[in-house]
Design a binder for this molecule. Structure first.
Ligand code: FES
Length: 79
């Protein structure tokens, strides 16, 4: 069952108040790994209880989502 599809606004990371949709958004923008998601959203950087769910979302995204290059953004700081 895909919990994310049922409620994209559901909080995945309670410590840092990060929703499933926010995780999907950074994946759409070019994040690729759980580590990337952690860097861009802070999800999973507190108690780590949500890391397995973040991993599931990342795996689900990569196995099903179609990439849209137009959604990519540059996370690197401008200099
Ligand atoms: S619930 Fe995500 S780090 Fe604690």
């Amino acid at each position: 069952m895909n919990k994310m599809a049922n409620n994209p606004g559901r909080l995945v990371c309670l410590c840092n108040h990060v929703t499933a949709q926010e995780i999907v958004n950074v994946l759409k923008a070019g994040a690729f790994t759980v580590y990337d998601v952690q860097q861009f959203t802070s999800a999973g950087t507190g108690c780590s209880r949500c890391v397995r769910e973040i991993e599931a979302i990342v795996q689900h995204y990569h196995s099903t989502a179609k990439k849209d290059p137009q959604l990519r953004i540059n996370f690197e700081s401008e200099s």
